[in-house]
Structures are given as structure tokens and as C-alpha cells.
Design a protein around this ligand. Structure first.
Ligand code: HSE
Length: 436
């Protein structure tokens, strides 16, 4: 069989890692795919830059359209990231009858519905395993391995940079900005690192996971996102005293009234395996009605872990090159006519437990006022700790864990608590999930 020819868009961290893995593991990859895979062309913004890979034998260009319009190329690897010109290039490649492998979560979360429709019309595959959780084969696991289940919920640490920052802050007491700079130097962070720390990147990934789990269209605009910048070292310590870890989770859950799609810092019991996933590692907990809870763990970012997923997609595409397009694994797990809109809940409709931290005056009756407000909103308290006032202060921190409640009730209760004259400043609130 003649070799399959690859064109690469982007020779940065992921592109460079992919070249290295394809070259180093060529023999084993050929054994699995059944054909030789050769990189014939690649595009990079700056051809003079030093790279992590050897580009000898690869025709280089700065014009990505030269690569997607090359009639000899069978598969395009879109590893440049961002929305434009990635979207135009992918659509052009599809129109040219080429299969596409991408690591671009923003592209799939925001434009996937249009891209998959076009790919189906043109009979080509767009594969995107590397878009979620780096090297962890979570797309394949949900789309294929769990296809006999109704997925009830999933919860994941799906941003390696954010998890690296939270871990270093907790374990080594390092500063947020210092750890973020290290994550950027290691190639973990997005081009705009606010995407990592504000939950946008995790929101993109959650959009994709929810779609393949529940058979709904991709809809990033309906994901609630909250970042990690408001987490203080005090919160981390108080949570640990109560037996919890704070993790930045993406959660998708099917309820009787609709689907919750949310990304936010979350307290989780420290005995859960996922609470002990540290550094740049990602983990996704998926609950299927038949299988129960399953956990997928591994490196969520970095050159070769992401390349591992890209190359797995290339092998899948090569194996499917001769199969009838109608009988390939569907892009979003469900056949296109089985993808249906379902209501996505607003944040006020979420049901979750909470960690609350408030600053109260050190005088009798204050806690009674706070607990009365919570009771009026039907919110039960699970645990409460009151710390000593710091020397010279007349206020003290009070930390509470509540049972599950509707977010709307919690918002109203917090507004009333903040209005009390005996409470200073804002109430800090972090959602809590037992993930049982
Ligand atoms: N910036 C992303 C992360 C890269 O840190 O998880 C992998 O998608």
C-alpha cells in the first residue's frame, strides 16, 4: 500500500512533539496503521525559529493554504490553535477532500457543529482526541468504550495549567503569577493564559465532552465558567482542615429538568482519587448507568502527551481510509440525526453543596443571624468552624459547609448575609461536590 501523506499546520509545542513521535515510533505506528505515514509538508509562522523537532525532508512554508491545497496530501494536522485562520483552513481542507486531525478545542467547541456537517457532506473525518485532556484518550473512551451506557454525569480536571498552579500553591506555597510563568515556559499554557485560569479552556473541553456524552449540539455559549484567581491560600487550608481539596472542575450533569454545564473551583472529599490528581495531570470521572463510575487519568498538556493523542487519531483515520463514510465512528458519538437539543440550565438552577467563608464580628448572636438566614432559604449546614480572631482584629473567619441547595437560594441567602452589619465584606463561596 502506498504511504499516507501528512501536512502539518503549526510546528510549535504540539506540532514539534507530533513530528518527533511520528519519526521515533514510525515502525510501531506502521504496524498498527497498516501503512507508512510520512510528513511531506509543514507550515510555521517563522521558519528561522529553533524547533524541538527535526524537519529534514519536510517541505516548509509560511503559507498554510499551500499545505491544505496540496493535492498529494491525505491528512491535515491542524496544530496551530485559535479560531482564525484555523477554521478557514480546516474547512478548505475538508472541501479538498482531506481528513483532518486537530488538537484545537476552541475550534471544535465554537465551530464544531459547522465543521462536522461539512465533513459529513464531503465524506471525510475530523478527529479531535487531542483537544481534551491532552494524552488521555477520553474522547475514545466515552464515544466508543462507553457507548452502551447512558452517561449520567462527568466531572474532570481538564486544564493542566490550572491544576499545576493550584498544586504548586498548595504544596509549596508558591505565588500564582510565578507558577503561571513556569507553566508558560513548559508549554502547558494557552497563548492567552487567561483562558487557563478563567476556565475558558476548560469550558471548551467540557462543551466537547458534554456533546459526546449526552448527544447534544456543541454549545460553549451556555457553559457557566468561573476561574481560579479568587482562591486564597486560606481557602485551601480551611478546605483541608475539613477533609476536602479544591480542584478546578468541569462538570456536566443530566438532571430531570435539563443539563448543567459548569466550570468552577470545587471542594471535593480528599479521599476521592480525583482529589489527588496533581500538577499538570488531568483526570475525568465519568458515571455511566451500566458501568458506574470510571476514571481516566494522565498528562493533560505538553508536547509528547498531546502528540500521543494526535498520532492515535492519525492511526484511526488511516485505518478508516477505505471504509464507507456512513459506517465510520460518528464525530460526536451519536449519528447526526440522533443529536437533539436539550435544555441547558442557567447557574441559578444548579443544585450543589457549598463552602462559605465569611468575616464576622466577634460578638454574641452573629452566627445565629447567619444560620437563621440559611434556614429561611431551606439551606442545611453540614459543618461549621470558627477561627480565632487574629491579634488586634475584632473580626474572625467563619467557615461553613452546607448540604445541597438550589444556587438561586444560595445567591439570595448570601446577599442577605452580606447585608448584615455584623458581617464584613463579601462572603466567599466555593461549590462542593462529593462525586459519590
Ligand atoms: N493549556 C491547556 C492546559 C493545554 O493547560 O490544559 C492542553 O489543552
Amino acid at each position: 500500500m502506498k504511504p499516507v501523506k501528512i501536512g502539518i499546520l503549526g510546528l510549535g509545542t504540539v506540532g514539534g512533539g507530533t513530528v518527533n513521535v511520528l519519526q521515533r515510533n514510525a515502525a510501531v505506528i506502521r504496524g498498527r496503521a497498516g501503512r507508512d505515514i510520512i510528513i511531506t509538508r509543514a507550515c510555521a509562522k517563522d521558519l528561522t525559529r529553533q524547533r524541538i523537532c527535526d524537519t529534514q525532508g519536510i517541505q516548509l512554508t509560511t503559507d498554510p493554504f499551500e499545505v491544505v491545497n496540496d493535492p498529494d496530501i491525505d491528512i491535515i494536522l491542524e496544530l496551530m490553535g485559535g479560531q482564525s485562520p484555523a477554521k478557514e483552513l480546516v474547512l478548505q481542507a475538508i472541501a479538498n477532500g482531506k481528513h483532518v486531525v486537530t488538537a484545537n478545542k476552541a475550534l471544535i467547541a465554537l465551530h464544531g457543529n459547522e465543521i462536522f456537517k461539512k465533513a459529513s457532506e464531503c465524506g471525510v473525518t475530523v478527529a479531535f482526541e487531542a483537544a481534551v485532556a491532552g494524552g488521555v484518550p477520553i474522547i475514545k473512551a466515552i464515544r466508543e468504550g462507553l457507548s452502551g451506557n447512558q452517561i449520567e454525569w462527568l466531572a474532570g480536571i481538564i486544564n493542566g495549567t490550572g491544576n499545576f498552579i493550584l498544586t504548586e500553591m498548595r504544596d509549596k506555597g508558591r505565588d500564582f503569577s510565578d507558577v503561571l510563568a513556569e507553566a508558560q515556559a513548559l508549554g502547558y499554557a494557552e497563548a492567552d493564559p487567561t483562558f487557563d485560569v478563567e476556565g475558558i479552556d476548560a469550558g471548551h473541553k467540557l462543551t466537547i465532552l458534554a456533546s459526546i456524552a449526552f448527544g447534544i449540539p456543541l454549545q460553549f455559549d451556555k457553559v457557566y465558567t468561573e476561574g481560579i484567581t479568587g482562591i486564597t491560600r486560606d481557602d485551601v487550608e480551611y478546605a483541608e482542615e475539613l477533609g476536602y481539596r479544591i480542584k478546578h472542575l468541569g462538570i456536566a450533569r443530566k438532571t430531570a429538568v435539563g443539563i448543567e454545564l459548569r466550570v468552577h473551583p470545587t471542594l471535593i472529599p480528599e479521599r476521592r482519587l480525583i482529589a489527588n490528581v496533581d500538577g499538570v495531570k488531568n483526570a475525568v470521572l465519568v458515571y455511566g448507568d451500566a458501568v458506574g463510575p470510571t476514571l481516566y487519568y494522565g498528562a493533560g498538556a505538553g508536547a509528547e502527551p498531546t502528540a500521543s493523542a494526535v498520532v492515535a487519531d492519525i492511526v484511526d483515520v488511516v485505518r478508516a481510509l477505505t471504509s464507507d463514510p456512513e459506517n465510520r465512528v460518528p464525530h460526536l458519538a451519536f449519528q447526526p440525526n440522533a443529536i437533539v437539543e436539550q435544555p441547558i440550565l442557567s447557574a441559578e438552577q444548579f443544585t450543589t453543596a457549598y463552602y462559605l467563608r465569611l468575616t464576622a464580628e466577634d460578638k454574641p448572636g452573629v452566627l445565629a443571624e447567619v444560620t437563621k438566614i440559611l434556614a429561611e432559604h431551606n439551606i442545611s449546614i453540614e459543618a461549621i468552624i470558627q477561627k480565632e480572631p487574629q491579634l488586634g482584629f475584632t473580626t474572625l473567619p467563619v467557615i461553613m459547609l452546607t448540604q445541597k441547595t438550589l444556587e438561586k437560594e444560595m445567591n439570595a441567602a448570601i446577599a442577605e448575609i452580606e447585608a448584615l452589619s455584623s458581617i464584613t465584606g463579601k462572603v466567599s463561596r466555593i461549590r462542593l461536590e462529593t462525586l459519590g
